[in-house]
Design a binder for this molecule. Structure first.
Ligand SMILES: [Zn+2]
Length: 321
């Protein structure tokens, strides 16, 4: 079985706890041996910084976290490959290495400057989530009330255009409803909603409604279903992989078989499903999906193929595409 995980927060564990996922690591949900053994051919390793202050410290912390990722690549002796171009994804197919796609979760470390994106691109960042939960100078996050939801700002529009030009993927996870709505009208390249779930099954500000699932798919977006128990059900402590499967199947019904993937949010969540305590347990989800009647082909699309297609397309700069 082969996987791509559209969102992990392991860089945060490295930064906050000094965790080292190069070898088996008990502090984290994800480490290199488990990624390789489970067949995770690539993952988006996100750098997340608290977004209350859109100030230089956020930029410094983001750079430090991205540095942890680059350091891991350097120490891995080829077992972790930095994914900067479509060809780097193909290189991960042998299973001897896993691809690291660097992500910036929340554009607030850019301090409102589209120009600063260039530097993050040069470091290898290829996925940018517009917001975390709070508003920033590009857009509103999902933590604002409906009354204060001003959606995408003009410079957010410029940021999306620049992402397209540079071959970086827009990620609309954490977007407010209006930000999502506005972004869907201006997006021209494949994009992600990397870690979310279905509001129809569990009401949560981070989840997508059925209409949003359909609109995201129609606009060329790929929806990553998270294993975060808070998104999946009301009884957080009792959430299991079967509920992750419920959300995957519901998303497939709305967005279609080409527009659903997995974005676990592992290492970014305080609680995990009872039977998915780390990345090594993802095959349990695939087994449940098979029992629920999904074909091998459909499961392959959700776990791997849709993500490869979207990443490969998104990593092409607009000029190349
Ligand atoms: Zn997140």
């Amino acid at each position: 079985m082969t996987w791509i995980d559209l969102h992990i927060d392991t860089l945060g564990r490295m930064d906050a706890d000094g965790a080292d996922p190069l070898a088996r690591c008990r502090q984290t949900h994800v480490d290199l041996p488990r990624l390789l053994r489970t067949g995770v051919r690539a993952a988006v390793w996100a750098a997340w910084v608290e977004d209350r202050r859109e100030a230089p410290p956020a930029t410094a912390v983001a750079l430090r976290m991205l540095g942890h990722g680059l350091d891991l690549v350097a120490r891995s002796r080829g077992r972790v490959r930095l994914v900067r171009a479509p060809s780097d994804l193909a290189a991960c197919r042998t299973g001897k290495s896993t691809g690291m796609i660097l992500g910036l979760e929340g554009a607030h470390p850019l301090q409102g400057s589209v120009e600063l994106l260039e530097g993050f691109h040069a470091l290898g960042v290829r996925v940018v989530t517009l917001t975390w939960n709070d508003p920033n100078r590009f857009a509103c996050g999902c933590g604002v009330s409906r009354r204060h939801d001003t959606g995408l700002a003009p410079r957010g529009r410029k940021l999306i255009a620049r992402l397209h030009e540079l071959g970086m993927l827009l990620d609309l996870a954490h977007a407010s409803p209006r930000t999502l709505d506005h972004a869907l009208r201006v997006v021209r390249r494949p994009f992600l909603v990397s870690h979310t779930a279905c509001a129809a099954l569990h009401a949560h500000v981070r989840n997508l409604t059925d209409a949003q699932l359909r609109d995201v798919a129609a606009a060329g977006g790929l929806v990553g279903i998270s294993v975060c128990p808070h998104f999946l059900g009301a009884e957080v402590a009792s959430v299991r992989a079967t509920q992750v499967a419920d959300h995957v199947i519901h998303a497939l019904g709305q967005a279609g078989v080409d527009s659903v993937a997995i974005g676990t949010d592992l290492d970014g969540i305080a609680a995990v499903p009872q039977d998915i305590r780390g990345v090594q347990h993802l095959p349990r989800l695939a087994a449940i999906l098979a029992r629920r009647g999904l074909s091998a082909r459909e499961i392959e699309r959700v776990c791997w193929r849709n993500a490869v297609r979207t990443l490969r397309e998104g990593l092409k700069g607009e000029a190349a595409a």
